[in-house]
Design a protein around this ligand. Structure first.
Ligand SMILES: Cc1cc2nc3c(=O)[nH]c(=O)nc-3n(C[C@H](O)[C@H](O)[C@H](O)COP(=O)(O)OP(=O)(O)OC[C@H]3O[C@@H](n4cnc5c(N)ncnc54)[C@H](O)[C@@H]3O)c2cc1C
Length: 486
């Protein structure tokens, strides 16, 4: 080994979307009736009935506007958040990495003597956006192994969330779990340089690393011992033994279960109840929610810009990414070792087991394609781009068979002196305040959603609970003075 480094709340309220223009069509009215009569479901994609004990306004068609107001006033809720009164109501828009982290931290950090209800809205259910598609690579370094700004905090918070999700999954601290049960596909990532310039930069950057997620510089023998068949053109590779390759869909479902458990636990404690609901609804605009919530936290990934109140106001650029999946042919005996790490190079190779690998990812900046499905033509183009990059460091990949491709859209933030940071903060000024509801953004997680989601969710939940934006470091808020992307 050469130059080794030290490893380093029951609510008396109508369903919030009931008044929305989006429910005017007869199809949607029918959907609404179905929701009212359906039993409460617990699965991540299930949509529970609205928690409605007062007569829904849509069932009072003969009332005049004035009498409707009288009905509303008679059943108007008590002040929010006080003991024995109506709950503090939060709407979290989006059930990806950002939304579920916010929901978890809202439930975790709300005062024990506050009744709290968290409603999550996602048209596709848990993990239906970029998060569920992602490669699941998790470490606090740049592609050239430079420790990222606030890397230690980001890493710690993402590990804390992963542990909570593992507990909910029943796999915390267990060494004998199957790949199907585990939230983690693989541990460790190896980064071999492919150009002289990259080799120099990697060696320099590897000088400083986190103790909680160390870096080791391995010579060719050590690197090839870890990954037989690895190509090491500059005679060394940087190894991150504690980096992870997370199964993103499974992780998100476990994190949603962790949120449900956290809400359920409060019913057995001497504290005010906390409630969590998931609505599989499309959100058309923010104002339809404003009257029903104390805070709305927008975690819609690249789709945040499609809300009319935010159109052309956020400095975000969308970037489509395609990932191609390969498998070893059934007649190939030799497998990719279970202990061998994943590979990060000009393309990354995330091995999910001994016979399956995802290779990513393309960067299509000008694409207007927001679909998660990939046409045969697009898959072929992605394969042609990614396979040569992958075989440059792992030539054996050419013997693997292409299986399918998947795609997601990254919400890319602007580059700042501290790197490409997520966009956080209160949006009341930008949206124009017409109610007491506060609006918050968790956006622009770029290509590092897994690393960023823990800390950004915690900071934003705490800011929303205390109605205090100063809890969020200014570096995450400075985007407000930037020119929006068109
Ligand atoms: C190909 C690819 C590979 C990636 N690989 C990695 C990786 O290995 N590691 C890593 O850390 N990051 C990776 N990323 C980045 C990561 O996926 C993102 O940073 C992260 O998913 C962003 O999370 P989010 O919660 O902000 O957005 P999303 O996950 O997109 O969540 C937004 C949610 O909002 C819902 N939604 C949107 N609009 C509406 C609406 N109007 N009404 C209701 N619901 C709505 C969507 O269904 C979606 O579930 C990758 C991204 C891509 C595209």
């Amino acid at each position: 080994m050469k130059n080794p480094r030290r490893p380093g709340e029951a609510a008396q309220h109508p369903h919030p979307l009931r008044h929305s223009s989006s429910l005017r069509s007869s199809r949607r009215r029918q959907q609404f009736r179905l929701q009212v009569s359906s039993p409460v479901a617990k699965g991540p994609d299930a949509m529970p009935p609205p928690p409605c004990s007062s007569a829904p306004s849509c069932l009072l068609p003969s009332l005049t506007l004035r009498s409707r107001r009288t009905v509303a006033a008679a059943s108007s809720p008590a002040p929010a958040g006080e003991h024995g009164r109506r709950p503090l109501r939060y709407a979290v828009l989006g059930a990806g990495f950002a939304g579920l982290s916010v929901a978890w931290h809202l439930l975790k950090h709300s005062r024990r003597d506050s009744r709290v209800s968290v409603d999550i809205y996602d048209e596709n259910g848990v993990g239906g956006g970029a998060s569920g598609v992602s490669g699941g690579l998790l470490h606090p370094y740049s592609p050239k192994v430079k420790l990222l700004w606030r890397g230690a905090e980001f890493w710690k918070e993402s590990m804390d969330l992963l542990r909570s999700a593992e507990q909910a999954n029943g796999t915390a601290g267990s060494d004998t779990i199957s790949l199907d049960e585990s939230l983690i596909w693989r541990r460790g990532i190896v980064r071999p340089p492919t150009t002289e310039k990259a080799a120099d930069i990697l060696l320099e950057n590897a000088q400083s690393c986190l103790e909680s997620c160390g870096l080791q510089v391995l010579d060719s023998d050590a690197a090839q011992h870890l990954i037989p068949g690895l190509c090491v053109p500059f005679d060394f590779a940087v190894y991150m033994p504690l980096a992870l390759n997370v199964n993103p869909k499974k992780y998100l479902q476990a994190l949603f279960s962790a949120c449900q458990n956290l809400a359920d636990e409060t019913s057995s404690l001497p504290s005010e109840p906390k409630e969590l609901r998931l609505y599989k609804h499309h959100v058309d605009n923010l104002h339809q929610l404003a009257g029903d919530y104390d805070s709305v936290i927008i975690c819609l990934g690249a789709n945040a810009c499609s809300l009319p109140e935010l159109a052309n106001k956020l400095p975000l650029r969308s970037c489509r990414g395609v990932i191609v999946e390969f498998q070893l042919p059934s007649d190939t005996v030799e497998e990719y070792g279970n202990q061998s790490p994943s590979i990060l190079s000009d393309a990354w190779m995330a091995f999910q087991g001994p016979r399956t690998v995802s290779i990513g990812s393309t960067w299509q900046w000008k694409s207007e394609n927001y679909s998660s499905t990939v046409s045969d033509e697009e898959a072929l183009t992605a394969k042609d781009e990614l396979l040569p990059k992958a075989s440059g460091v792992y030539p054996g990949i050419t013997k693997w068979d292409f299986v399918h491709a998947r795609a997601g859209i990254r919400a890319m933030p602007p580059l700042t002196a501290n790197g490409s940071l997520p966009l956080l903060g209160c949006l009341d000024e930008m949206i124009g305040k017409k109610s007491n509801c506060k609006f918050w953004l968790v956006g622009g997680l770029g290509a590092r959603g897994l690393l960023y989601h823990g800390l950004v969710g915690k900071l934003t939940a705490k800011a929303a609970i205390s109605c205090d934006e100063t809890i969020i470091p200014s570096e995450f808020i400075c985007w407000k003075v930037m020119k929006p992307s068109q």
